[in-house]
Design a protein around this ligand. Structure first.
Ligand code: ZN
Ligand code: ZN
Ligand code: ZN
Length: 277
């Protein structure tokens, strides 16, 4: 299986849109892996994880064939993960030759935003029923789509909605995609997570060297969660460990994040990073 990290920043981007802090200034000067767009990833070029406003830019820069993507998992209704307006363009009028339907899975808040954003005007929805099929899901749900087996896990994130992270399986490989979440998963979530053995685990590292009691994770939380997953037998020698979804407010440059990870066998994601496992 392959994962490609299309974008690796938190909501404000990196450098952040209006920010002149030392991290953002350094990122603008150095470019390369210091430039991060909003978080999105794709598995085997066919299962898309989140749909941020930078999806269009990812498709351009990284040669995505989105017409061939038939499954989209949305984690939650924050703007860096869900910009549903662009789904209007999967309609035959704009997306010639896009075959079949795009199956979109998300919580009720994600569905509500979807319904609001596909309006042509204030009253009439854009006619994309034939090309985009929305499935409302909840934590604990298990479902299949185009050969993938997916488990929705309740996240420790914005309590105003049912934020989800995902376990994705295909061809004997299992991935845990943990964006966005804090470290305080519920017992229900831990039971779902602990029941699997992972080939790749991708954890939230928004806070960088800092840590907060929940909502997002920093590097000390990542280290603790990887250790707990190892104790539970979910992580083996072969498991690829990744940190992702970075904010400049974490106070670390890309090189510092990568160096921290290298000492611990953990990869710090960057835009365009592809891993085969
Ligand atoms: Zn986010
Ligand atoms: Zn900044
Ligand atoms: Zn979020």
């Amino acid at each position: 299986m392959k994962i490609r990290y299309l974008g690796t920043a938190a909501a404000e981007g990196w450098p952040a849109l209006f920010c002149s802090c030392p991290i953002c200034t350094q990122a603008r000067e150095q470019g390369g892996r210091n430039l991060r767009t909003r978080t999105q990833a794709i598995l085997d070029g066919e299962l898309l994880l989140d749909f941020p406003p930078d999806t269009y830019c990812h498709a351009l820069q990284q040669g995505l064939e989105l017409a061939k993507v038939h499954t989209l998992l949305v984690t939650h209704n924050h703007m860096d993960h869900w910009f549903p307006t662009d789904l209007i363009h999967r309609h035959e009028h704009f997306g010639h030759g896009a075959e079949g339907t795009l199956e979109v899975f998300g919580n009720p808040a994600v569905k509500e935003a979807f319904d609001a954003h596909i309006l042509i005007d204030r009253f009439k929805p854009h006619p994309i029923d034939d090309v985009v099929n929305f499935h409302v899901i909840h934590g604990g749900d298990r479902f299949r789509s185009h050969g993938w087996e997916i488990i929705a896990v309740p996240a420790d994130h914005d309590q105003r909605e049912e934020c989800l992270v995902y376990i994705c399986k295909k061809g004997g490989k299992t991935v845990f995609y943990g964006h966005d979440t804090g470290v305080n998963l519920s017992d229900e979530a831990w039971a779902l997570v602990a029941a699997e053995r992972y080939d790749l685990i991708s954890l939230d590292a928004t806070m960088g060297k800092k840590t907060i009691p929940g909502y997002h994770m920093g590097l000390p939380d990542d280290e603790a969660m990887f250790q707990r997953l190892a104790q539970l037998g979910c992580v083996g020698e072969h498991t690829v460990k990744v940190i992702n979804h970075f904010s400049h407010n974490g106070g670390m440059t890309h090189d510092q994040l990568a160096a921290w990870g290298a000492e611990r066998g953990i990869l710090a994601a960057y835009d365009g990073m592809e891993i085969e496992f």
